[in-house]
Write a protein that binds this ligand. Structure first.
Ligand code: NAP
Ligand code: ZN
Length: 361
């Protein structure tokens, strides 16, 4: 662990995993003093992304313990640095996955800083001053304002928190493929979890025909009646998958574990695109035949840029889109992570951070 520099004067209460058992316990640590470019945020809510689970369990072999997860952060600004424009004390603010980038490469200069090679994440990253970054399972955060966004006043804060990662991760590929507010396409969403359920909501708000592809038949009623999906295919049902062949223009794959791409690729029309955002531990096998016979494209992407994140939040404000969340208290984080691991969440856990002061840790 990098040593905190002398300017790390804030003592912060948070929750961390200390080894690959992934068990979360209360953890006190230091954050930097608010710098000229920083804002300080009192955290009110933080979503639990499946990426948090990958990190606490060291699924990807890159975790630096102790890790304080959390990159779906919403709160209120309590301090603003002298260089900061556009934010003031009392503003509702959001922080997603980005803590620092080089600010100078072609991607940083074109609002795609999420593809900067020097990108450092909100947790398990190394900030410019050499300190390890700690995420939103904590009571406050100091963030460079260039990675902070405004949260529209009409959105419920707890429902908006997951938009900071789940939301932008599915929005960015939709935008790239001309699917934002354009209507009329047939899109598929594989995996109806945190990311997937937002993708369904976006797809419907933007006027598309949305098909959910899921291994959980029990999610069909909700997918259609609560989230508005038009069709639901159970991925293990060969008849349904057969009937769905060549029906979709674009498919977003949000699956967190190993799965076969072949039947998913076959759902695409000729020239269709499979966009992968899920991050399984093991490499996925890419069969050549469905690419060759369908001139199909497979690509992937990581979250989205900050400008795009603001655009997404503003559109959510316009369409009144928030996530379906289950609110928990900090002492329930371990239980929530266990339920997330066993695919038992509708559709995102969000930690009510402010309740920490009134509940036992
Ligand atoms: P989640 O809430 O757990 O949802 C994932 C869904 O995928 C599950 O609800 C389940 O849906 C399906 N699924 C899980 N394991 C499966 C398996 N082995 N085979 C088939 N289906 C499976 O997770 P999430 O928070 O949405 O995150 C999903 C993935 O995206 C994670 O790997 C996460 O790390 C990654 N992620 C990537 C980015 C990025 O920038 N690219 C950003 C955020 C998250 P059904 O029950 O409907 O099948
Ligand atoms: Zn995430």
């Amino acid at each position: 662990m990098a040593k905190a520099t002398p300017s790390h004067t804030h003592t912060v209460s948070g929750w961390a995993a200390h080894d690959s058992s992934g068990k979360i316990t209360p953890y006190t640590f230091k954050r930097r003093e608010n710098g000229v470019d920083d804002v300080t945020i009192r955290i009110l809510y933080c979503g639990i992304c499946h990426t948090d689970l990958h990190y606490v369990k060291n699924d990807w072999g890159i975790t630096m313990y102790p890790v304080v997860p959390g990159h779906e952060i919403i709160g209120v600004i309590t301090k603003v640095g002298s260089n900061v424009k556009g934010f003031k004390e009392g503003d509702r603010a959001g922080v997603g996955c980005l803590a620092a980038t080089c600010l100078d490469c072609e991607y940083c200069r074109s609002d795609q800083e999420n593809y900067c090679q020097q990108l450092q994440f909100t947790y398990n990253g190394i900030f410019w001053d050499g300190s390890v970054t700690y995420g939103g399972y904590s009571t406050m955060i100091v963030a460079d304002h260039r990675y902070v966004v405004h949260v529209p006043e009409n959105l419920r804060m707890e429902g908006a928190a997951p938009l900071l990662c789940a939301g932008i991760t599915v929005f960015s590929p939709m935008k790239d493929h001309g699917l934002v507010e354009s209507g009329g396409k047939r899109i598929g969403v594989v995996g109806l979890g945190g990311l997937g359920h937002v993708a369904v909501k976006f797809g419907k708000a933007f006027g598309h025909h949305v098909t959910v592809i899921s291994r959980s038949a029990g999610k069909e009623w909700e997918a259609k009646n609560r989230l508005g999906a038009d069709e639901f295919l159970v991925s293990s049902d060969q008849e349904q998958m057969e009937a769905g062949k060549r029906t979709l223009d674009f498919v977003l794959d949000t699956v967190s574990g190993e799965h076969s791409l072949l039947p998913i690729l076959e759902l695409l029309k000729v020239n269709g695109t499979l966009f992968i955002v899920g991050a399984p531990n093991e490499p996925l096998q890419l069969p050549a035949f469905p690419l060759i016979f369908g001139k199909r494209t497979v690509k992937g992407g990581i979250i989205g840029g900050i400008r795009e994140t603001q655009e997404m939040l503003d559109l959510c404000g316009k369409h009144d889109i928030t996530c379906d969340v289950e609110l928990i208290r900090p002492h329930q984080i371990n239980q929530a992570l266990d339920r997330l691991a066993s695919n038992n969440v509708r559709y995102r856990f969000v930690i009510d951070i402010a309740s920490a002061s009134s509940s036992p840790l």
